[in-house]
Design a protein around this ligand. Structure first.
Ligand SMILES: Cc1cc2nc3c(=O)[nH]c(=O)nc-3n(C[C@H](O)[C@H](O)[C@H](O)COP(=O)(O)OP(=O)(O)OC[C@H]3O[C@@H](n4cnc5c(N)ncnc54)[C@H](O)[C@@H]3O)c2cc1C
Length: 391
């Protein structure tokens, strides 16, 4: 690695997930000499994801057949009593991708505009001299020190890099959704272009998903702070009567597990010469646990601001706060509202979930919680006690 890499870069991005690859792409196209570092030996692995992504046009990413496995038109929400609500159109549309290939595609795209990439390289420390960071990297047992004017931490849910720079980003156990998932073949889907979501005691405070993925499907769930393990709930779900035997012949080809930081975004995402993006910054939907869109978007903003800072020769917190202002303007209210709605939804018993579903239209074009709450309370006034702060 010593021969391949220089000893100094303008920008070092730590973590080659969607957030890091987008940040490095935009940093490079804005003229900054950029290094992207990941600890894994293969970018995109291990996969800890249900692999649903929104339309990618706004990021200039082609939905390449090499990674798109299914086109998604919307979702089917299934209440404990079996009532199905179909949500079609708008932001529910997108793709289920092969993330191993999707993440690599994003890294290749970044390399094609000049980013250098170091794999199998775990960042184990940071030193700061008031002007630059020295990033300490363990590559195959050898320690390397590489300098950077700006470090972008995109190291995911277990992030430790931002803490090294004095930014609080450690998540409490109650803020992490613990997930287990099988990728299965021979799943009989309700619709090959619709995601399925199941709610109730089968998955307390969370939900179960079945996402079509070409000739397979991702069947998984996420729970928060539960006495039982996610995998135990998942194994029970596979035989649930609501499925009417649709998984009887299904068999797993891959097992995935991981955590999603659904406790809301961290407040401070910049410091002198330093930025945090993606899961590391809690930029993920508190309700759905979907973080790819936000990582792509916030990663792009961080990369652009880093490039501009290098050009302006000003990497101070006062300059980099532009990143925080831009992402907060777009997403902060949305994330905080979702956090509020989630706390309400988590209190619902199965009976109340059924009442909510019965009060909802069977077809929706989008999930607007305030609108849904208003209609639900009109039809089932007993739900008012939960929704009084929302409507
Ligand atoms: C089971 C599950 C299902 C999910 N399903 C979906 C879904 O369907 N749709 C969706 O939008 N979101 C989903 N998510 C969330 C989504 O996976 C994340 O929000 C997204 O991957 C965040 O991207 P990121 O770039 O911030 O971090 P990550 O994708 O986690 O990337 C972080 C990278 O940092 C690297 N790294 C970490 N520490 C170091 C270090 N010290 N040195 C070097 N490299 C390091 C890691 O190797 C990794 O490659 C799911 C999450 C889980 C757990």
């Amino acid at each position: 690695m010593r021969e391949l890499l220089d000893s100094e870069y303008d920008v070092i991005v730590i973590g080659a997930g969607p957030g890091g690859s987008m940040a490095s792409y935009h940093s490079s196209i804005n003229g900054a000499k950029t290094l992207l570092i990941d600890k894994s030996q293969e970018i995109g692995t291990p996969v800890r994801c249900a692999e649903a992504v929104p339309y990618l046009d706004e990021f200039g990413i082609n939905p390449d057949p090499s990674f798109v496995r299914s086109k998604i038109d919307g979702g089917i929400l299934v209440a404990p009593n079996g009532k199905k609500i179909i949500v079609k159109g708008g932001k529910t549309q997108g793709y289920v991708v092969e993330r191993k290939i999707f993440d690599k595609h994003l890294a290749v795209r970044s390399a094609n505009v000049g980013t250098k990439i170091a794999i199998k390289s775990r960042v184990v420390g940071l030193d700061y001299d008031g002007e630059k960071y020295t990033v300490i990297v363990n590559h195959l047992g050898q320690i390397y020190a590489i300098k950077a004017k700006i470090v972008i931490a995109a190291d995911g849910v277990e992030s430790s890099i931002a803490e090294m720079a004095g930014i609080k980003c450690k998540k409490k156990v109650t803020e992490i959704c613990s997930c287990a998932e099988y990728e299965m073949t021979n799943v009989k889907l309700l619709d090959k272009n619709m995601m399925e979501f199941y709610f109730g005691d089968i998955c307390p405070k969370g939900y179960v998903w079945i996402f079509p993925k070409g000739e397979t499907a991702n069947v998984g769930l996420g729970i928060i702070d539960s006495k039982k393990k996610a995998i135990d709930y998942l194994n029970e779900f596979l035989e649930h009567p609501l499925l009417e035997g649709r998984l009887d012949n299904a068999t797993p080809i891959e097992f995935k597990c991981g955590g999603a930081p659904v406790g809301g975004p961290i407040e401070k995402t910049v410091a002198d010469n330093f930025m945090v993006v993606g899961d590391a910054a809690g930029q993920i939907s508190p309700i759905s646990g979907g973080g790819i869109y936000l990582s792509l978007s916030c990663g792009s903003i961080a990369g652009k601001v880093a490039g501009e800072a290098i050009k302006s020769n000003n990497c101070s917190e006062d300059y980099l706060v532009e990143y925080e202002n831009r992402w907060k303007e777009k997403y902060y209210k949305l994330l905080m509202d979702e956090l509020k709605y989630k706390k309400v939804l988590q209190k619902f018993s199965e009976k109340e979930l059924n009442a909510l579903a019965d009060a909802m239209d069977e077809r929706l074009e989008e999930i607007d919680v305030a609108k849904i709450a208003f209609r639900a309370v009109k039809r089932a006034p007993s739900l008012l006690k939960y929704f009084k702060d929302i409507i």
